[in-house]
Design a protein around this ligand. Structure first.
Ligand SMILES: [Ca+2]
Length: 251
């Protein structure tokens, strides 16, 4: 039972409506972009805050060889439609870590147009951001400090001493699901893994292999690693990386 989540959803009514509403909203955005694409001969990319999940307005998006655009209140940058291939966009906004968004245009559409950007960090802070595709609906990020804490939806959303937290638990596809810790101890070992919660409660849910999950790791106030899920994950768990003596080691 995902007790933690249900503590927040007091009434049965709210339990049934909230996730549906949220997924509905994401699907509405996707449909809106598809119609825009068709009717106005444009592409749309959307930028969201990895900690709050809210759209990022007023960011400068420089798309290579195409031009510079500013995101609107829905976090959208809209630009002329392009032929199939890869495009690169540079995201910049005060208060956020600059990022490069890779845009994959295939069959005259953008395969995945949602990007998550991290607010700036203190030099000691460490942040992990998980994103994925529409299915499975609920992947969970887990960050374990050996012989110490285990941050996830399940346990201590905010650690007792405030040194770490699950900023956001996404339960309806795409993410972001984000964990931030105040500081890593150089002599401790850590483990980060992703679990397919949807499959835990429903054995016929899509497998984690079909999730197209991506993990971004931020430290020293910059992006330090990007991980894409391999195609051969067995079971419901993707072990992503460990940290030994302050070094991120892919698993
Ligand atoms: Ca989740």
């Amino acid at each position: 039972m995902k007790n933690f989540k249900f503590h927040f959803l007091v009434a049965i009514l709210i339990i049934s409506i909230l996730p549906a509403f949220s997924q509905h909203k994401k699907m509405d955005q996707i449909m809106e972009d598809v119609f825009q694409e068709r009717d106005n001969n444009v592409f749309t990319i959307r930028f969201f805050d990895a900690v709050t999940g809210d759209p990022v307005e007023g960011a400068e998006i420089m798309i290579q060889n195409i031009g510079t655009f500013t995101t609107d209140s829905a976090g959208r940058a809209i630009f002329p439609r392009q032929p199939d291939g890869f495009l690169k966009a540079i995201f910049k906004k005060k208060g956020y870590i600059s990022a490069i968004a890779e845009i994959d245009v295939a069959a005259e559409t953008i395969l995945r147009n949602r990007y998550y950007v991290s607010p700036t960090l203190n030099i000691d802070q460490f942040r992990v951001v998980l994103s994925w595709d529409q299915q499975p609906e609920d992947l969970d990020a887990h960050f374990v400090k050996e012989n110490s804490y285990h941050i996830s939806y399940r346990n201590t959303r905010v650690l007792n001493d405030g040194s770490g937290q699950l900023d956001r638990d996404d339960m309806d596809g795409y993410g972001p699901e984000t964990i931030t810790v105040a500081q890593l101890s150089p002599d401790a070992n850590y483990l980060f893994f992703v679990k397919n919660y949807s499959a835990e409660i429903n054995p016929s849910a899509p497998s984690i292999n079909s999730s197209k999950a991506t993990v971004w790791v931020f430290g020293n106030n910059k992006l330090i690693n990007t991980f894409h899920i391999p195609s051969n994950v067995t079971g419901d768990t993707w072990p992503v990386f460990k940290i030994v003596q302050g070094q991120v080691i892919p698993l």
